[in-house]
Design a protein around this ligand. Structure first.
Ligand SMILES: [Zn+2]
Length: 318
């Protein structure tokens, strides 16, 4: 499997008085990517500038960051559909996307949907968020750093600028090359921009003691949270149903802030299983659940237990 480390630059509505195109709030104007082989060694690069068709000048604040101007894009850019098709062709058959943070994977799909070409990239899309892998490898796993911070921290030579698609992709690939191999299994991210609509499309991805499940759509938040399959807990390793450990108070799922539910259950064979459910809203105002179940480390178990206890005490005014 090849690692496709990519970065996008996009433009947005340059003027608040101008009507924003709701289908495409961010128009991609540059794709840069580097391909790493299965040993995480660079083998090829990809770069295209894209001729904008929706927003007809580059917003000042964006120009200040990326230093591409509208005339240059008109002169050197190609239509997005061509660039995206060439990009997907270049990725090959056996690849995984890797990006710094989460937004690029979603914006690529949103732009491809605008041009009716999502058949080239079916979702949900499994990818590596290199910003997260960097935190797991070199920070506490929760902190999120800028790419420039990571480059300095790891002593990577700054031989090119930042904030251009290809150079940011190259830097991201250099961070990925240093990530501890053990974080490449069980720490994948899943982008649910193309979320399942019906029961038979529901999505399950299992990797290294971690399972991600994405439900079908529901009419509202409450229905999604109350669904039997959404609420079920089991061990991601052996699939046995898990239950509350003896002495636990309250219910399996505990609603925290930002509409996230947390759980701690036990598998007799594999120990403590942590769980998290997020209810998400689609652009069409429908709802679906993203559930993650994973075999918790001792540190995660303590963190989750404290969190759940605080939620329980708050709810029951202890
Ligand atoms: Zn188990």
């Amino acid at each position: 499997m090849n690692y496709i480390v990519f970065d996008l630059e996009w433009n947005q509505n340059p003027n608040t008085k101008m009507k924003i195109n709701k289908l495409l709030p961010f128009e991609i104007i540059e794709i840069g990517a580097i391909k790493l082989d299965e040993n995480r060694q660079p083998v090829d690069t990809f770069h295209r500038l894209i001729k904008p068709v929706i927003y007809h000048w580059i917003q000042d604040s964006i120009y200040q960051v990326i230093h591409v101007n509208y005339r240059e894009l008109q002169r050197k850019g190609i239509p997005f559909a061509d660039a995206a098709e060439e990009f997907m062709e270049w990725c090959g058959d056996d690849y995984r996307f890797c990006t710094w943070a989460k937004q690029d994977v979603m914006e690529l799909q949103r732009n491809m949907r605008y041009y009716h070409m999502l058949d080239l990239l079916p979702g949900p899309v499994v990818y590596y968020d290199v910003q997260k892998l960097h935190s797991l490898s070199f920070e506490d796993g929760l902190e999120r750093r800028s790419l420039e911070h990571a480059i300095e921290q790891l002593g990577i030579i700054k031989d090119q600028g930042f904030h251009r698609a290809l150079s940011d992709a190259v830097y991201t690939s250099r961070v990925l090359m240093q990530v501890d191999e053990k974080y490449l299994t069980g720490y994948e991210s899943v982008d649910s921009y193309q979320n399942p609509k019906e029961k038979e499309d529901e999505f399950i991805y299992v990797s290294g003691g971690c399972e991600k499940y994405i439900s079908r759509e529901f009419a509202n938040r409450e229905k999604a949270a109350a669904d039997r399959e959404v609420k079920s807990t089991h061990c991601p390793v052996c699939n046995l149903k898990t239950t509350l450990p003896p002495g636990s108070k309250g219910s399996i799922w505990n609603l925290g802030s930002s509409r996230v539910y947390y759980s701690l259950t036990a598998c007799p064979e594999h120990g403590t299983v942590a769980g998290r459910i997020r209810i998400r809203k689609t652009e069409q105002n429908r709802y679906y659940a993203v559930k993650t179940l994973w075999v918790a480390s001792e540190r995660e178990e303590i963190w989750m237990r404290q969190k759940i206890e605080a939620l329980y005490n708050k709810k029951n005014k202890v």
